[in-house]
Design a protein around this ligand. Structure first.
Ligand code: NAP
Ligand code: GDP
Length: 318
């Protein structure tokens, strides 16, 4: 069997670390995995991207590297999200093509879908209308990945494809207070509230928006599955089931439970809610997966993430 050399860009981030962990458990003989972060090469620079690929000679690429952040980081930096991600994505795909990579799996997100849409969202709807204004820069840059994938297929027959994850959380997430997504942001805040014996835990917005959250280790399994088994350029949603959608309020309650916190949860309604919901259907991947594929129970995954955060203060991104 041909040996695959799989380069994971963004291999030092939340999802990259999760793939590393799963690969440690599920190593196969014919695959060599290489995980790189921004210190290995700034992928917004074409020459550095090219040199990185020359060094590792990948046959396959999982492309995760991106400027990533939660609602408030996006709202403040739409232009930077657009430009940085356009640069990174164009470089990674152009160099992959130039250097003969046979397959690339890039990462979109369910938050790039049209704001005004019917539910559940599916893979055919990406370009149907404008995204939510709060993250238009990130959304349009991600949508252009799908445009690039179609272009490389039409002109050159390349299998450059993409996965569309829902919101992700887990160990090695970004726990920065300004830039993080909701779960790491709330874990960081509640950890401080517990240490300071604060009677209140402040959650931004109304708590009403709904989200589908996938544990990073489950997502890692699905991305590896897509790399090995899915050979179509059309994107594929990698999400928990529609029934697993949960409100921000219930998410905050699960985090409070994981900390054994009995104080009061307070909502700062002066802060933005963002998109109300982006309920996505995972029917396409469910039809391809073994019928016994199970997602980790949400509360269990939250407990594991809280435990990771408590015991890894020295290495956590704060
Ligand atoms: P993350 O934890 O913030 O990690 C980002 C990764 O990208 C890091 O490895 C970082 O390297 C690397 N990176 C950033 N800028 C780079 C540059 N200029 N050159 C080279 N590498 C660069 O992000 P994540 O949550 O794992 O996200 C991975 C992918 O999933 C992204 O494409 C994101 O859009 C997508 N996604 C994420 C979510 C979510 O909820 N987190 C949901 C849907 C889709 P350093 O570690 O060296 O900084
Ligand atoms: P989104 O799913 O792309 O909107 O990104 P986030 O992960 O940032 O989730 C945003 C939702 O969580 C919004 O409804 C916010 O109002 C709510 N939220 C509550 N507290 C926080 C927080 O501390 N940080 C973030 N990022 N969002 C929060």
């Amino acid at each position: 069997m041909d040996r695959k050399v799989i380069l994971v860009t963004g291999g030092t981030g939340l999802i990259g670390r999760a793939i590393q962990k799963i690969i440690e458990i599920e190593k196969t003989e014919n695959e060599q995995w290489i995980f790189v972060g921004s210190k290995d090469a700034d992928l917004s620079n074409f020459d550095r991207t090219s040199k990185l690929f020359e060094r590792h000679k990948p046959t396959h690429v999982i492309h995760l590297a991106a400027m990533v952040g939660g609602l408030f980081h996006n709202m403040a930096n739409n232009l930077d999200f657009f430009r940085k991600n356009m640069q990174i994505n164009d470089n990674v795909l152009a160099v992959s093509f130039q250097q003969g990579v046979s397959k690339v799996v890039s990462c979109l997100s369910t938050c790039i879908f049209p704001d005004k849409t019917t539910y559940p969202i599916d893979e055919t709807m990406i370009h149907n209308g404008p995204p939510h204004p709060s993250n238009f820069g990130y959304s349009y840059a991600k949508r252009m990945l799908d445009v690039l994938n179609h272009g490389y297929y039409e002109q050159h027959g390349k299998i450059f494809t993409s996965v569309i994850p829902c919101n992700v959380f887990g160990p090695y997430d970004n726990f920065d207070l300004q830039n993080s997504h909701v779960i790491p942001g709330l874990i960081r805040k509640l950890h401080a509230a517990v240490e300071n014996e604060s009677p209140t835990f402040v959650v931004m917005g109304t708590g009403k928006p709904l989200r589908q959250f996938i544990y990073s280790l489950d997502l890692a399994r699905l991305i590896i599955f897509v790399l090995r088994e899915y050979n179509n350029i059309e994107p594929i949603i990698v999400s928990v089931d529609e029934e697993d959608e949960i409100s921000i309020e219930d998410t905050a309650k699960s985090i409070a439970e994981a900390f054994d916190y009995n104080g009061k949860i307070v909502f700062d309604t002066t802060k933005a809610d963002g998109q109300f919901k982006k309920t996505a259907s995972n029917k396409k991947i469910r039809q391809l997966l073994p019928p016994d594929f199970k997602f980790t129970n949400f509360k269990e995954a939250i407990k594991e993430t809280v435990q990771w955060f408590k015991t890894n203060q020295d290495i956590a991104r704060l």
